[in-house]
Design a protein around this ligand. Structure first.
Ligand code: HEC
Length: 455
């Protein structure tokens, strides 16, 4: 039966020569584990396509529905299994892993000298794919429309606004207005689900077509005779190694999705100016670096331009044919320098971020004292203790009230609840009101130290 189908297809679509072309690609120097990063990136991209389509089935791309639909996805179960959250988890972690895998792939091509003649164009296509990956992770960030998404995108688009002359216009065009709204969400959704996937398909195909035209670069050392002698074809050994790599990365992403499902903060609240957005951890180093460069615009505009220029012109400037990293000390040292700088900056960001929280923490702790002395616990429960007359405040920070709203609540509860029995705490100074609001808005929020414990 099988061979009949094969013969049928072979006669009509020449399947055997196609398979031969795909699988018998010669690998100078033989197949090896060192070649798997590229196919791992490809696999994660396919995974993002599939899970992204699944999410799009349930996603509502308007400010009224986006958050609710994501929340719905998070609670979607099939036979008691939280499949919705699992699929979102895979997509969420897939994006982080893809950024990292692309980074590793790029680093390897750089160290192996595989971008050198005749692979300059293939490198350039790879740089475009890197840009697409970054744009995909930036545009996907907004879609859940929670506080983190909203404020993260405010910061990101504000940076674009710093570009001289055209920045403001580009920023407004991306946002579809002065602030973030329905148009912004449509823009990001279209970019994320239509424009980027199309470009991805085009450029990945181009990347692979060129790859098949010029062939794999092969190991960086060894005489042509030796490489010829140890030659191998893509199938079966390299296919198997690639498949193992893909399986490994899939299990890794799956484990992350199960053990650390992505969170969903409270729905985006444009008046919650107290919100402190933080970038994804793998971008920490960029933000830390940007903080060090003054004036701001030099970093925000100069840094991406510098990175782009270096990546684009690298194969045309570095034209020496020598590929081995052992004979290219400058390449190796500059890689080490960049990696160390990234690590140090990330650690600095970690400390800086903690310090930032400490600043808030000071206000928060003063607010805690106000809370404990003003008798709020007579009516409100906090982490299981206190009165039942008013609502439990243990997760009040997740409700997303602004500092202003909270301040009004303390001094004039009737403005919010006409028949309120909550007393007006007008004797509190503005500073005390603010501190109290900082404390209340920290309750139940992730990333904040446990507010019930004093340091
Ligand atoms: C006499 C009881 C009472 C006391 C004391 C009291 N509250 Fe309230 N509080 C309430 C009630 C009841 C509500 C619910 C709204 C209403 O119907 O008035 C409320 C509502 C709130 C809310 C809004 C909850 C929400 O999201 O809807 C906050 C925040 C709050 N109180 C904070 C405080 C703080 C801080 C203090 C201490 C300075 C305090 N309350 C003292 C009874 C009290």
């Amino acid at each position: 039966m099988g061979h009949k189908i094969y013969a049928y297809l072979d006669e009509r679509i020449r399947i055997s020569s196609l398979m031969g072309f795909l699988l018998n690609e010669p690998m100078p120097g033989g197949s090896r584990w060192a070649y798997i990063p590229g196919s791992m990136v490809f696999f994660v991209l396919i995974l993002q396509f599939i899970t992204g389509m699944m999410l799009a089935f349930y996603y509502g791309g308007t400010p009224d529905h986006a958050w609710d639909s994501v929340n719905y996805i998070d609670h979607l179960t099939y036979n008691g299994v939280g499949v919705g959250r699992l699929i979102r988890g895979i997509h969420y972690w897939g994006s982080s892993i893809m950024v990292i895998a692309v980074g590793i792939h790029l680093l390897q091509v750089f160290l192996w000298g595989a971008y050198k003649r005749p692979r300059e164009i293939m490198w350039l296509v790879g740089v475009v794919l890197l840009g697409l990956t970054m744009t995909a992770s930036f545009s996907g960030y907004l879609l859940p429309w929670d506080e983190r998404a909203y404020w993260g995108t405010i910061v990101g688009t504000n940076m674009i606004g710093l570009v001289p002359f055209v920045g403001e216009a580009i920023k407004d065009a991306i946002r579809g207005g002065v602030g973030l709204g329905a148009l912004t969400l449509s823009h990001f959704f279209t970019l994320h689900t239509m424009i980027l996937p199309t470009l991805f398909i085009l450029f990945v195909m181009l990347h692979m077509v060129i790859f098949r035209r010029v062939g794999p670069a092969g190991p960086f050392s060894g005489s042509p005779e030796k490489l010829e002698a140890t030659k191998d074809t893509f199938y079966p050994r390299q296919v198997l190694m690639d498949a193992f790599g893909m399986l490994g990365i899939f299990i890794f992403i799956l484990a992350l999705a199960i053990l650390h499902p992505p969170g969903l903060e409270s729905v985006a609240n444009p008046s919650n100016a107290a919100y402190n957005p933080t970038p994804a951890w793998y971008f920490d180093w960029i933000f830390e670096l940007l903080k060090l460069i003054r004036p701001e615009i030099v970093g925000v505009v100069g840094l991406p331009v510098l990175i782009a220029v270096v990546l684009i012109f690298l194969p045309f400037i570095d034209k020496k044919p020598v590929r081995s990293p052992f004979r290219r000390p400058f390449a190796v040292l500059s890689t080490l320098f960049v990696l160390t700088a990234m690590l140090v900056l990330s650690l600095m960001a970690e400390n800086g971020y903690k310090k930032l929280v400490d600043v808030d923490r000071a206000a928060m702790l003063r607010g805690q004292t106000v809370f404990n002395t003003a008798g709020c616990m007579g009516c409100h429960t906090l982490f299981g203790k206190g009165g039942k007359i008013g609502p439990d405040l243990s997760e009040e920070g997740l409700v997303g009230h602004s500092v202003h709203w909270l301040t009004v609540q303390f001094v004039n509860s009737k403005a919010h609840f006409p028949d309120s029995i909550m007393p007006d705490f007008t004797y509190l100074t503005p500073q005390q009101q603010h501190d109290l609001a900082m404390y209340i808005s920290s309750l139940g929020r992730m990333n904040w130290p446990d507010p019930t414990k004093t340091p």
